[in-house]
Design a protein around this ligand. Structure first.
Ligand SMILES: [Zn+2]
Ligand SMILES: [Zn+2]
Length: 283
C-alpha cells in the first residue's frame, strides 16, 4: 500500500510542493511550507492569495504534526518554514531528512537559510540526517534520495534532492525544484526509479526568454516524453514553476493532455491565483 496527497501547489493558488506520502510503515511529509510571490506583474499578493496561503498552511501543519518523517529538499521558503506559517512543533520527535546544508549548496542557502533552519529546529527532532544520495528504511518502506542536482537549468539557485518512496513494489517520485527537468542528471534519477507516480516541477515557462530559454523548454518537453514512456508510469503530475502562467498546457503541445496538475490530480479545479493576480486586482 502506498498513497499520497498533494497538499499545496501552485495550481491551488500558492507557491509550494507540499506532499504527503503514506505507506503501511510510515507517514512522510515532503517540504511542509507554503509561500507567495512577493511581486508579480508589479503587484503584491492579493488578499485571496494570502487567505489561501494560511488555509493551506493549516492543512500542512495538521498533516505534518501527524507524520513520522519530514523531508526538506532545499532551503527556499516555499519548501521549509521557520515557524511563521507552519509551527516548528511539526519537527518534534520526527525523523528529519534534509538536503545537506553545507555541500552542493549556493551561498544564500549555505550561510543564511540552512543554518537558520537548523538553529530553529534544534533539539526538536528525534534525529536529523543529511540525505543527499542516501537511502533510509522504515520497515519495508525505502526512501531514496538523488545526489544533489541543480535547482533548475543551472546552479545559480543552488541544488535540490529528488525523493523516491518505495513500498511493496509501488514507487512514488518527487522531483523538487528541477524546473523542467532539462538536465540529464535530474532525469537520470527519475528514469532509474521508474516510478508509478511522478510529481515533477515542470518547465519555468513564465520566465521564458528571460530566465528560462526556449532550448530548456524544448529539452524539458522531450525529457517529459521520455518519463511518460517509462514502463511503470501511471500518473505524471506537473506543477510548481510550470503553473505560474495560465497558458501552461500550450507550452508543451506534444504532451498537453498526458499529465495532470496537482489540483486536477486531487479532484480540484485549477486556481492559478498568482498568474491571475492582475485580474484579482480588477486590472
Ligand atoms: Zn526552490
Ligand atoms: Zn520551489
Amino acid at each position: 500500500m502506498l498513497s499520497f496527497r498533494l497538499i499545496a501547489f501552485d495550481s491551488m493558488g500558492v507557491r509550494s510542493m507540499a506532499t504527503v506520502v503514506e505507506t503501511k510503515d510510515v507517514k512522510i511529509f515532503i517540504d511542509p511550507s507554503v509561500a507567495l510571490a512577493p511581486k508579480r506583474f508589479g503587484l503584491p499578493p492579493h488578499d485571496r492569495e494570502v487567505e489561501r496561503m494560511y488555509e493551506l498552511a493549516k492543512v500542512i501543519e495538521e498533516e505534518a504534526l501527524d507524520s513520522d518523517v519530514i523531508i526538506v529538499t532545499h532551503y527556499h521558503y516555499d519548501h521549509f518554514d521557520l515557524g511563521h506559517k507552519v509551527s516548528l512543533k511539526v519537527y518534534e520527535g520526527k525523523d528529519v531528512l534534509i538536503k545537506h546544508p553545507k555541500e552542493n549548496i549556493n551561498r544564500s542557502q549555505r550561510v543564511e537559510r540552512a543554518p537558520l533552519f537548523l538553529k530553529s529546529i534544534e533539539g526538536l527532532p528525534n534525529r536529523i540526517e543529511f540525505a543527499d544520495g542516501r537511502e533510509f528504511r522504515f520497515g519495508s518502506t525505502s526512501i531514496r534520495f538523488s545526489e544533489a542536482v541543480p535547482h533548475g537549468t543551472n546552479t545559480r539557485l543552488g541544488y535540490v534532492i529528488e525523493v523516491l518512496v518505495e513500498s511493496e513494489g509501488e514507487r512514488f517520485l518527487f522531483s523538487s525544484d528541477v524546473e523542467g527537468p532539462s538536465l540529464d542528471e535530474q532525469v537520470r534519477f527519475i528514469e532509474e526509479a521508474d516510478p508509478h507516480v511522478a510529481v515533477i516541477d515542470g518547465p519555468m515557462t513564465y520566465m521564458l526568454g528571460f530566465r528560462y530559454s526556449k532550448e530548456s523548454l524544448r529539452v524539458s518537453e522531450e525529457n517529459l516524453r521520455r518519463i511518460l514512456d517509462l514502463p511503470s508510469l501511471e500518473l505524471l503530475v506537473l506543477d510548481h514553476h510550470f503553473c505560474r502562467e495560465l497558458e501552461f498546457r500550450e507550452r508543451v503541445p506534444s504532451i498537453s493532455n498526458m499529465f495532470k496538475t496537482a489540483a486536477e490530480a486531487s479532484g480540484r479545479r485549477n486556481e492559478l491565483l498568482e498568474a491571475m493576480r492582475r485580474e484579482l486586482y480588477g486590472r
